[in-house]
Design a protein around this ligand. Structure first.
Ligand code: ZN
Length: 576
């Protein structure tokens, strides 16, 4: 069970059962979500997606015209804003696009956008999987029967088509895009179809396919390592694994679950950089997480990968309860995601370097990073808190209120990550355990209950607070925020990396600093409390000049077209 989750039971038309409702309150995550929603409703015209559904035979230019993919994302967004916010406009817009899908779908259930001779190639099956996903998500939350019937027809066409391929053909890197990984995105769609119908044929197909893939270089179950599988593509492989994880949860399959957890660890251990991002040229790579200088021209840190990473990590937490999931989520959200969204919340970077100008948008037809960014905004209430019925766990500290169906009320007030002070007020009708992640960066912290400092029970990285059926209690957490400098050798030169709590601190020419200037070794930075940034520090050097550091998310916000930033700052003095 997950918060705002979907109960996986056998109903012809499943109700979405909300195990509880998280409401974000005033703070940076609420601004982010509301900003994205306003853009989505104001400037994304549903008619664009009505036309997108019908853009048959327009895929010859490869990715540039993969329009149906975004129709699928669009439907999921409409579904989510209806599910979580009861947004009538999103519901109405979604219905328009569902109706267009009904017009565009072939009699046999095909809606992947290709002409009849090209249905197995380019982005055809990828598009088909995304449209079916969007239709099924829309059906789940709106009870729209047309969306359900269209979604199932599309899923059935996809299953029949993939079922006619040998495992080798399914992942043939000459015939299948993205190093043979593209078709595996269908797993997630099939598991949604199974949840919607209770029909086991969908999960059985995923099972048979996974077993067959053991003969290939995409042997996910026995070789769950992001660097060892045939494809090291970022978002395509995360998509595939999210489907495998959904299968393992639906079927209680321990081996699949263990493979998912291993794959997740292989990314966390080797790929994620200090800004909470990964990939170069859209791929995981050996030593990917090591400090290095990444101009945006190298195509690093594709935004959709970090969006997929956030969601995969949230889903892995359900099965692992691993505190590292919370560490990874706060790092990615408070650095990369908030650092790559345009200041008006209308778009996201496609690739994001760690030096030079920040990227905040890409004016292209292919908008995977924009739509997956929108999905993070929409789904955010599901991501930040977990309630498994026994433990309630804030995964990312942020102001919010939460109410469970069985009478738990929780309110979190904080300015985190500006400060390390967090207040939680909880009242419950049934006993519950509050499980508070101790951030990975944190070495000193205190906890008070009703004003009294206590030594809490700490287990696997969580401070545990028992909630009885009593009066409201007040829990105050204080994480001692630390300013940390690390020195790295990158290409034979010394660089400094700065952090404050979970935040990466960077140089920003928009604040008056000089790009590329070697920093004296002996600077003493002090916190400067001003502006909208999470954190700003200044230091004065021997010549009386001021050097400033600002948190990564807020860098290059003064004048994004000219401001430049540096995550790793060159140090003066001898080279190594
Ligand atoms: Zn992308």
């Amino acid at each position: 069970m997950t918060v705002n989750g979907i109960l996986m039971i056998s109903l012809v038309l499943p109700m979405v059962v909300q195990a509880g409702q998280v409401v974000l309150e005033k703070g940076p995550l609420l601004d982010f979500r509301e900003g994205g929603k306003a853009t989505f409703l104001r400037s994304v015209d549903p008619q664009e997606h009505v036309r997108g559904m019908a853009s048959i035979g327009n895929q010859t230019e490869g990715v540039l015209n993969a329009r149906q993919e975004f129709c699928g994302h669009y439907l999921d967004l409409c579904a989510t804003y209806w599910q979580l916010d009861r947004c009538e406009r999103a519901l109405a817009n979604g219905r328009l696009v569902v109706s267009a899908a009904g017009q565009a779908m072939s009699d046999d259930g095909y809606i992947g956008g290709e002409t009849s001779t090209n249905r197995l190639f380019a982005f055809s099956l990828w598009n088909q999987a995304h449209v079916a996903y969007g239709l099924l998500r829309f059906a789940q939350t709106s009870q729209d029967r047309e969306a359900l019937s269209l979604g199932l027809r599309a899923a059935d066409w996809l299953m029949a088509t993939l079922g006619n391929m040998s495992p080798e053909r399914l992942v043939d890197k000459e015939l299948v895009g993205n190093v043979g990984s593209q078709h595996l995105t269908a797993f997630y769609t099939f598991m949604l179809a199974e949840a919607a119908t209770g029909d086991k044929k969908y999960g059985d197909f995923v099972r048979r396919t996974l077993d067959g893939l053991e003969r290939t270089g995409m042997n996910l179950l026995s070789n769950p390592d992001c660097l060892k599988l045939q494809s090291q593509k970022g978002i395509e492989m995360i998509n595939a694994w999210r489907g495998v994880l959904l299968f393992s949860k639906a079927r209680g399959d321990n081996r699949c679950e263990s493979s998912c957890r291993s794959y997740w660890r292989s990314i966390a251990d080797t790929q994620i950089r200090n800004t909470g991002a990964a990939t170069n040229k859209e791929r995981f790579l050996a030593g990917g997480g090591a400090p290095c200088i990444l101009p945006v021209g190298m195509r690093p840190n594709e935004n959709c990968v970090q969006c997929g990473w956030l969601r995969f990590t949230r889903e892995i937490f359900d099965v692992s309860g691993d505190v590292r999931c919370a560490h990874e989520m706060e790092r990615t959200l408070y650095n990369h995601i908030l650092g790559s969204v345009a200041s008006d919340y209308s778009d996201f970077a496609y690739y994001q370097g760690n030096v030079g100008k920040k990227a905040f948008r890409k004016n292209a037809i292919y908008q995977c990073c924009r739509y997956r960014g929108f999905a993070i905004m929409a789904h955010l209430p599901e991501l930040v808190l977990d309630d498994d019925g026994t433990n309630v766990t804030p995964l990312v500290y942020s102001p919010l209120s939460y109410r469970s169906d069985d009478g738990l009320a929780l309110k979190i007030s904080t300015e985190y990550p500006k400060t390390g002070h967090i207040e939680l007020r909880a009242a419950t009708k049934v006993p519950r355990k509050l499980r508070l992640p101790i951030p990975g960066w944190c070495r000193e912290w205190t906890l008070c209950i009703n004003g009294e400092k206590i030594s809490p029970f700490v287990e696997r990285g969580f401070a545990l607070v028992n909630l009885g059926a009593t009066e409201e209690i007040l829990v105050q957490l204080d994480f001692k925020m630390e300013f940390v400098r690390k020195v790295h050798d990158i290409g034979g030169r010394r660089y400094a990396e700065y952090a404050y709590g979970p935040l990466v601190l960077v140089r920003d020419t928009g604040l008056g600093d000089r790009f590329g200037e070697p920093l004296p070794d002996n600077l003493r930075y002090e916190r400067k409390w001003e502006g909208t940034a999470f954190a700003k520090f200044t230091a004065v050097d021997g010549e009386g000049r001021t050097h400033t550091l600002v948190d990564y998310a807020h860098a290059c916000r003064t004048n994004p077209d000219v401001d430049e930033f540096e995550v790793f700052l060159p140090l003066s003095g001898p080279h190594l």
